[in-house]
Design a binder for this molecule. Structure first.
Ligand SMILES: Cc1cc2nc3c(=O)[nH]c(=O)nc-3n(C[C@H](O)[C@H](O)[C@H](O)COP(=O)(O)OP(=O)(O)OC[C@H]3O[C@@H](n4cnc5c(N)ncnc54)[C@H](O)[C@@H]3O)c2cc1C
Ligand code: SF4
Length: 495
């Protein structure tokens, strides 16, 4: 145990300093001070927090984390100043702690036993501090396979699920190629999550390690598509012994109300992808910009918050986020007891930076000006009727809006192209059907991540990628020693 009295001596969570809002709105860098600038004792703060860990007999943090991260072990090692060993234990269960340490909502912290009557251990900050230090010290090198099996695997999609699976399979000795239709690798890590939450240099750094281990990458390859960069399913099947489909869940939920076709109304991902491209230095023809505009974001979730932070950095005149439900509670209530991950009123870094939030708001239509562009948004107060939230007649008001971003979630994976060509079965919710071994309905084709589970989290994508890699390895070799942290369809802790 790190420090037997640590949780009694230090009862508060200490987190790294965030850069002042006016300063961070001037650039795209991550909002937290770099650790070396986070004060002279930034590392000792992390050690002190790690020392609050009680090394529980039943560490519920393990249950909260789909990866089964060995949290008490690395807390103990950090407290004892053995950061290199801590990094080794961190990598034992997580291929990419630098992504989860930055962008995960940390269900492990929600289920931390200390959270019953104290603020939980700052697990996520300990995690990111370990991995950042490990990279700085040069402790993260290639882990090359000790044998080559002569078997070939294609991983389609380079999001966290595909990358985790590819790294596991390469290390198991297979010849792995990741096929990605975008021009850059990373999936939503690259073109969904904004730079201010996850700087892309972290993605590039990890890709470099994977290249050195032997994983090969091909970008601009639309597998099963029809353009000039397409790779046909026939070629895919003939070239590879196994295929893992990790293509994400990219179909946006639509809002079919009058005026939807007006100029200036866009799905959130169209906007965020372009914004990320601009930050990368690309030229984007007719790029959507929030500069000087009244922006309304429909959808109060994380994607909405990412649009908010982006619009504020682009110089929006005003930003309003609409959520259809009621404002979540500030603290756990009896419907969300420990150790479940509660839905609470969240003040993300983007919310800290500006904008208004409106709840119980349903968009019933758009006002369109003489040029065919959106000028306003009709919004009604919602009521709960027959199991769903519906607009209350007579409560409509008009909000000025010259840019509207629809961030209402996703309805599943893209069904035409690759999946249709492969002939895999898809559920009514738009997810790829798979058995207990991650096998789709087509022999030799496996799946993992959002395309199998539905839009979820990075941590689930990595966990599923690792588990599906074990299944592919077993399929190719008859047996496997790769870990499988989750079973298909496994759910977070619930009551
Ligand atoms: C805006 C936004 C913000 C988010 N923020 C967070 C966050 O802060 N924390 C968090 O934990 N989760 C977050 N998520 C969710 C998280 O990003 C996803 O759950 C995760 O990326 C899913 O990983 P994946 O590998 O399954 O799919 P993806 O990351 O979607 O990657 C799929 C890849 O497959 C490629 N592809 C698709 N079809 C083909 C084809 N036919 N041929 C070749 N390539 C193909 C796509 O181009 C894409 O690169 C966010 C999601 C969004 C949309
Ligand atoms: S539940 Fe919290 S206190 Fe217990 S082992 Fe995990 S991190 Fe430490």
């Amino acid at each position: 145990m790190a420090d037997p009295r640590g949780f009694l001596r230090y009862r508060e969570r200490e987190l790294p300093t965030r850069r002042p809002v006016p300063l961070r709105l001037m650039d795209w860098r991550e909002v937290y001070e770099a650790r070396e600038k986070g004060g002279p004792d930034a590392l000792s703060v992390v050690s002190r927090q790690a020392g609050r860990c009680m090394n529980c007999g039943i560490p519920f943090c393990h249950q909260g984390c789909p990866l089964g991260n060995l949290i008490p072990e690395w807390n103990d090692l950090v407290y004892r100043d053995d950061w290199q060993q801590a990094a080794e234990r961190l990598h034992a269960t997580n291929n990419f702690p630098e992504f989860t340490g930055r962008a995960c909502p940390a269900p492990c912290e929600s289920s931390c036993v200390l959270g019953i009557n104290q603020p939980p251990v700052t697990i996520k900050n300990v995690e990111v501090s370990i991995i950042d230090r490990a990279f700085e010290e040069g402790w993260v090198g290639p882990v090359e396979p000790t044998r080559h099996t002569g078997r070939t695997v294609a991983v389609v999609g380079s999001g966290p699920a595909g990358l985790a699976a590819a790294q596991q399979l390469t290390r198991a000795g297979h010849s792995v190629v990741v096929l990605e239709r975008d021009d850059r690798l990373g999936g939503l890590l690259r073109y969904g999550i904004p730079e201010f939450k996850l700087e892309k240099r972290h993605v590039d750094r990890r890709l470099q390690q994977m290249r050195e281990e032997g994983t090969r990458f091909r970008t601009g390859v639309d597998v099963g598509g029809s353009g000039e960069n397409a790779l046909s399913v026939a070629e895919l099947r003939s070239r590879f012994d196994a295929v893992l489909v990790a293509t994400g869940a990219s179909t946006p939920r639509e809002l079919p109300v009058p005026g939807r076709e007006a100029l200036g109304i866009h799905p959130a991902m169209e906007y965020l992808t372009q914004a990320n491209r601009l930050v990368e230095g690309d030229w984007v023809e007719d790029a959507i910009s929030a500069e000087g505009r009244d922006v309304v974001i429909i959808g109060g979730g994380d994607t909405g918050a990412d649009c908010l932070g982006t619009a504020l950095r682009q110089g929006a005149r005003s930003v309003t986020t609409l959520a259809i439900g009621s404002q979540p509670p500030l603290e756990r209530d009896e419907r969300q007891p420990w150790p479940v991950h509660p839905v609470l009123f969240e003040v993300s870094t983007a919310h800290e930076e500006g904008g208004d939030r409106s709840y119980l708001a349903s968009t019933t239509g758009f006002e369109v000006d003489e040029h065919g562009a959106v000028s306003g948004l009709m919004v009604a107060r919602t009521q709960y009727l027959d199991g769903s939230r519906v607009p209350t007649p007579g409560t409509e008001t008009v909000l000025p809006a010259t840019l509207v971003l629809i961030a209402m979630g996703f309805t599943g994976t893209q069904e035409d192209g690759l999946l249709a060509e492969l002939g895999v079965e898809i559920t009514s919710r738009g997810n790829i059907v798979h058995d207990a071994d991650w096998h789709t309905t087509v022999p030799g084709v496996f799946t993992a991540g959002d395309c199998a589970r539905g839009q979820s989290l990075i941590v689930w994508a990595i966990a599923e990628g690792r588990s599906a890699a074990a299944a592919v390895d077993r399929h190719l070799m008859g047996d496997t020693s790769l870990p499988a942290p989750v079973d298909p369809g496994e759910k977070p802790v619930t009551v």
